[in-house]
Write a protein that binds this ligand. Structure first.
Ligand code: MN
Length: 130
């Protein structure tokens, strides 16, 4: 991992994506954004990130299916995926975890929790893949 960890935000709701990207840039991460699942898959393949923030309801390829694909491919299965779920949707969080997500955050995003959660998952990932 470079000293500036690379986070890919896959989120179709642009205001939410911009908020998350700005926040992560402010905390020193390198950030990329994909507005749909197919673009996200393409970006992971071309420039593998250190962690993915994954919205679940996405056009073209939803976050559940994209997570399944990434976690079943040995080239990408090590990349931690943190799902972004709507607050009330407990079932979404459960489905995200069974699709292979490493964790989840509920929307609206808690601006203090987000960078902490990302650092935690990056640390676990580095420990598992030295
Ligand atoms: Mn969405």
């Amino acid at each position: 991992m470079s000293e500036q960890p690379h986070i890919l935000v896959i989120e179709d709701h642009q205001p939410n994506a911009m908020l998350v990207c700005d926040l992560l840039s402010f905390h020193g991460f390198r950030v990329s954004w994909a507005p749909d699942g197919v673009t996200g898959l393409d970006m992971v393949t071309k420039d593998p990130p250190d962690l993915i923030l994954m919205d679940l309801q996405l056009p073209r390829l939803d976050g559940f299916e994209l997570t399944r694909r990434l976690k079943s491919d040995p080239q990408t299965s090590h990349i931690p995926i943190v799902a972004l779920t709507a607050c009330a949707m407990i079932s979404d969080a459960e489905r995200a975890m069974s699709a292979g997500c490493d964790g989840y955050l509920t929307k609206p995003i808690n601006t203090r929790e987000l960078p902490q959660t990302i650092r935690k998952f990056l640390k676990v990932s580095t420990a598992n893949n030295p």
